[in-house]
Design a protein around this ligand. Sequence first.
Ligand SMILES: [Ca+2]
Ligand SMILES: [Ca+2]
Length: 391
Amino acid sequence: MKLSRLKSILLLPLILTGISSLSHAAPYTAGDIFMGFRIDGGTQCYLINIGQASLYKSPSSSSFTVPVGNIGADLSAIFGGTWHSNAAVHWAVMGTNTNAAGTGPTAGDPNRTLYASKAETVLGTQEAPWNRGATGTQAGPASKLMGLAGAPLGYAGYAVTANSSVGVIQTSSDSASYASYQPGGTAINSGGISFAYWNPSNEGDFGSGAAGAALDLFRMQTGTSSQLGTYLGTFTITSAGVVTFSTSPPVTSTPGFAAWIAGFGLTGANAAASFDYDRDGIPNGVEYLQESSPLTPNAGGPVSSRNGANFVFTFTRSIARKTADTTTTIELGTTLGSWPVVYQVGTDTATSTPGVTIVPGSVAGTEDVKLTVPFTEAVRRFARLRVVITP
Ligand SMILES: [Ca+2]
Ligand SMILES: [Ca+2]
């Protein structure tokens, strides 16, 4: 009896040792997406699990640091200390939830939903989204992305590095390495374009330095090739390897209000931002901001309410409509005749007047703007949303 107990006690440290070594295996959960790095002609590449796609699809903040550990140390070790200014060093983001046929969404997405980056050609200007494809078409890249994620030759088959609990260093010539899916890499699985699908590539490089590199992230549910993916946000990286994801690029490539309103056939006074052509109470400029039709009366628009001791004014806007030609303000007054108190609504909370907060909206591609003002006196208070267009 005593001997048996002694054996149990002796076995315990061995079991713990086993668990400890297992914890270094690269962690992968269905729905995780990846950031990859490679260098032209390199024998090694670097693959990082940046977590569930939902972190980027429905981010809890409009800008956050992606928790990847000290990847700067790994990048310097693999690609040299000047990796962040080397045009031969490439990076990209990509992933899928599953390639398995079947019913029901997995990880919150329909099967074969794809995520892929596109490098910004003009820094600060959003790229046009990748197209969506039919279920059968998206099976090709989804299959390769599952290969990238899996074991033994993909991500899950490796041990993580000492610097990053989510980073693995792969042998480029392995058939499921990150480099093997890229056109300039080992090109085992690329077909000359990224994952034999994103043409020419979902990668950017560091020829303009880390400060000149940005990757826009798009989500592509299965659909038709005439449907565009959805822009989710932009990745940037510092020369120290700190990765940031932001849903608020400063400028988008959208042509702006003039082209938008002309597209509805409105001209002259009917096309003014302050005019309410369809008489739904929403001026054309606000219709633009929330992407509702200026021709058809619709519900929506700003909502004001009282919340305890605060006056609260909220509206939802389209991220794609934060074009450089718009100036957005929330104006307050105690009558409907004058609006003496003006709050600026910037591209994010930091660039707005204090009291205004901007957070991701419940629908991808939108954000919610909220003004909170304490009631300081017992008077009526009115607020309006004003969009001024500067051609
Ligand atoms: Ca209207
Ligand atoms: Ca309308």
